[in-house]
Write a protein that binds this ligand. Sequence first.
Ligand code: ADP
Ligand code: MG
Length: 448
Amino acid sequence: MTDGLWAQVLGELRGAVGKNSYSSWIEPLRLAELDGGVATFDVPTTFIGNYVDQNFGDLIKHHLAKAGSNAQRLRFVVPAKTQAAPAPKPKAAKPAPVTNPAISGSPLDARFTFDSFVVGKPNELAHAAARRVAEGGPVTFNPLFLYGGVGLGKTHLMHAIAHELQTRSPELNVLYLSAEQFMYRFITALRDRKMMDFKSLFRSVDVLMVDDVQFIGGKDSTQEEFFHTFNALVDAGKQIVISADRAPGEIKDLEERIKSRMQCGLVVDLHPTDYELRLGIMQTKMEGQMKLYPDLQVAPGVLEFLAHRITTNVRVLEGALTRLFAFASLVGRTISLELTQDCLSDVLKASDRKVTVEEIQRKVAEHYNIRLSDMIGPKRVRVLARPRQMAMYLAKHMTSRSLPEIGRRFGGRDHTTVMHGVRKIEELKATDSQIADDLELLRRALRE
Ligand code: ADP
Ligand code: MG
């Protein structure tokens, strides 16, 4: 009975954690017992047990409950057999041809190529460095360390390097791995007493790429091995590419010598996207969508709207576009601004930055070069009154504060004063292009 239940949970987990994590961490688990609210798992090593508990424990409990179990607690046990002293190898099996199982890397996404990577100011340096590595010429900087926030294209660039190298120089041994995979390989090698194989395999690589190395921080023995592999490869003149979500110096619990070694090469960061880059990416991705849904029409301004509003990361932007096209094709309608707002209201809301009245006052005062105290103070001269009204207008439109609340924040003014200010700007916006431009500029600045 537990088998069926666990099989179901496994299915859910595979979807939830992704292929890589699934094969590294979830697959090795065996549900041994489900009793008295405790789910007991056999795990190959204590490390795997701890790791799974910390990183996937809640998720496992959640899916166990969903599948109808009452497990409140998880227990990870290394079965006595595995812990026992070196078991004699069963009948010294005759050496089978080894097809380098450990050398196959993490799977590469075929869509992540240089062709599909849109270059803009925020990523041009990272892109240029990746291109250089992909040419496969003499190693000029080692390692190449790419870092930046989630969804800014680190993995995309690494896969692009791998694809390009495989096409240009198929004889090169290119290995791309997530840091989790690296750890997992290392742990299984330790467990199976195959460290020699592990070492020689890794050291036979021509280009090693390890993605998301921030995960190695704190894992002492893995760090140690990573460091040795790293040094051996650098000494042999092999190229290494590493990515992380932050600069080497900022990775927690990473040994100093590893940090400094990583800083020896070229460290480049992918900056947060700007509007132009987001628009460029949207245009490229839209072409892809149009191939899937050739009949759909997109109203002008939709892409600009999305590039403007979804500023978090490219993955979210991409997801939004996919959803939008699927939705529009379902309901058989043109992708208008209105449809976009309806379909993506949750994404749009989530990426709306919460702006405060105080921030608005500060930004507007800065913009018009007046003192913040004058913005709030009683003086009514025009040079102060206009910016004040602008700030009131923005406060009304960009925050959820009521008119009386806004009035209070402007030195205790009455809500009718605020209303008057808001109306004034509404009028001017239509007739005075300078005011309209200022508003747009301020709005954008506040949203970033
Ligand atoms: P990271 O590894 O930095 O978290 P990814 O490389 O996985 O981010 O990128 C997230 C998604 O955004 C991927 O689908 C990727 O193709 C896309 N993406 C990111 N940057 C760009 C870009 N400059 N051009 C095209 N697609 C991009
Ligand atoms: Mg990534």
